[in-house]
Write a protein that binds this ligand. Structure first.
Ligand code: PFF
Length: 537
């Protein structure tokens, strides 16, 4: 194995890097979109329960397992699983830890390019170049209006920005853990929070901008998102629980193989318990405290509830907000810095999606950093090109986001807690987590990690299958195959033919999974042949 000497240069550095991975588009776009869609109060209850029962415990598990594997020289999920569990199949359980971040990168970086492009176009006043129709700009810029239209390279097109963000990501990832990732996060994170605070103050001081519409004021905007509404009915909706749990995963970057890789560059006696909690707390501050107070209230104040409903995550950020900024004094500046904020949040996250892949290629295939960066660059570029071309209704992006960004995470997260609580054994896991720890995990979490977290994950996953595969009205007495949503896209429904873009997207994910399994197989052979590491425990 190509033994790396890479390490974080400081404790603050690693916390900022994990927080950088966590704080992203999920905080400023996905979270407010979901909270508004499901009616603030009920959603937040499910959200905080998921944070306590799956988010925080799985973060501890990933930090602990990552540091443990790292001290034996392994930095990727397949490598760490292979080391922890002495069974030939264990390494294959780590395949998702490569495929998920790499596939997510392919579309995330595309949205990152929108953010940079929007920042520049907002600055030069070009967002309204097509009259006041921001929707038309969005459709052409992102390609949502039809396949292939986004593949252009002028200043008002996304192409140039895709190239810039690719170059930046691969430049920094090539520079490595402390000179690349840590460097970007150390500067990017404080700057991001600073900008978010400026935008927040602007939004909270908007008052009642249109005196003829006294109902559209800041307080009512906050209330629109945060008033509890009908909690009891909300909580009875299983879709809400799925969305809340999915958001916790996505937002904390947990279950992807990212935190486990980042933690593997810690030293053996470095604290993980408090550091993990600090990074999660930073994410929650940015999500609930900043993300939750900016987008939706700003949109409400100018456009009222009608302007928000049904916009979806991207519509809110890239279609509604530019209109909102146009109404605001100093709007051009605020629009520019807002999209810059999104770009900063995105790049610290996209870097974290590349590192697990790089680590695996280096240690599994015994190739050097330059070669790993080149190989990963090629594979991800093919994927991004696919998503960029098949952009109508953002179908490819949305399909990959759903199957990888939501579904596989439940599987990977379940594998992680089961390995920690049962494979290693909770007592051994506990001892590993507490080496060098600066605080103790409350004892109740032994029970939670062993029993509650896996049952909670499995229940939510079962609900999901019931809803998406069998159709929500599945009746045991009269079972009918009635797929809905994303499954219907693949198989076709009674009223709709299958979508070939959705099929191609899932095909691409499968190709990635098979390709990775072959690489893991080769890596396994390398690890058996050159087993350079002694068991540190
Ligand atoms: N946590 C990031 C966000 O909230 O935008 C998204 C993310 C980062 C997802 C890293 C997956 C990942 F591996």
């Amino acid at each position: 194995m190509a033994k790396t000497q890479e390490a974080w240069s400081s404790r603050l550095g690693v916390i900022l890097a994990v927080a950088g991975s966590a704080v992203g588009l999920g905080n400023f776009l996905r979270f407010p979109g979901l909270a508004a869609q499901y009616g603030g109060g009920a959603f937040m209850i499910a959200y905080f329960i998921s944070l306590l029962l799956i988010g925080i415990p799985i973060c501890w598990v990933e930090w602990a397992l990552g540091r443990h594997g790292g001290s034996a020289g392994y930095h990727s999920t397949p490598g760490i699983f292979n080391y922890l569990i002495k069974h030939p199949w264990a390494k294959y359980l780590g395949v998702i830890g490569f495929v998920a971040p790499v596939c997510i990168y392919m579309y995330y970086v595309y949205i990152e390019a929108w953010c940079l492009g929007y920042a520049l176009n907002a600055m030069t006043g070009r967002l309204s170049v097509e009259g006041m129709d921001y929707g038309a700009f969005f459709g052409r810029f992102t390609g949502a209006s039809s396949d292939g239209v986004a593949i252009h390279f002028g200043l008002g097109d996304v192409g140039l920005f895709v190239l810039i963000v690719y170059a930046l990501n691969f430049y920094f990832i090539y520079r490595g853990i402390s000179k690349g990732i840590e460097f970007v996060c150390k500067w990017g994170m404080p700057l991001l929070i600073f900008i978010a605070l400026i935008v927040l103050v602007r939004v909270l001081t908007l008052g009642t901008p249109d005196p003829t519409k006294p109902d559209q004021n800041v307080l009512a905007g906050l209330g629109y998102l945060w008033n509890p509404g009908d909690i009891a009915t909300g909580l009875r909706n299983p879709q809400l629980w799925l969305a809340a749990a999915g958001q916790i995963f996505f937002s904390l970057s947990v279950g992807f193989g990212v935190i486990i890789t980042y933690a593997s560059y810690l030293r053996r006696k470095d604290d993980v318990v408090l550091s993990s909690l600090t990074a999660s707390a930073a994410n929650e501050f940015c999500e609930v405290g900043l993300g939750g107070l900016i987008t939706v209230p700003a949109a409400f104040v100018f456009l009222g509830a009608a302007g928000i409903v049904g916009q979806g995550t991207f519509g809110l950020g890239f279609n509604v907000l530019p209109q909102v900024f146009a109404h605001m004094p100093g709007g051009q500046i605020f629009a520019t810095i807002f999209f810059l904020l999104l770009f900063l949040a995105a790049i610290t996250s996209s870097l974290s999606m590349l590192q697990p892949g790089i680590a695996f290629l280096e240690e599994g295939l015994r190739i050097n950093r330059k070669q790993s960066v080149a190989l990963l660059g090629l594979v991800t570029a093919i994927g991004t090109l696919f998503i960029w071309y098949f952009s109508k209704d953002l179908k490819a992006l949305d399909t990959i986001d759903f199957w990888v960004g939501t579904v596989t995470l439940f599987i990977q997260a379940t594998i992680l807690v089961i390995i920690f609580g049962w494979g290693l054994g909770i007592e051994k896991g506990w001892a590993i987590a507490h080496e060098g720890a600066e605080m103790r995990i409350p004892g109740a979490y032994k029970f939670i990690i062993k029993f509650v977290t896996p049952s909670y994950l499995l229940t939510i996953f079962a609900l999901f299958l019931l809803q998406n595969v069998f159709g929500w009205n599945y009746s045991f007495s009269d079972p009918q195959f009635n797929p809905t949503g994303y499954v219907r896209d693949l198989l076709g429904g009674s009223d709709q033919p299958p979508s070939y873009v959705a099929r191609l997207s899932v095909g691409w994910i499968l190709v990635m999974a098979i390709f990775t399994s072959i690489l893991v197989h080769i890596a396994g052979k390398n690890w058996t042949r050159h087993n350079p590491n002694k068991d540190p425990s």
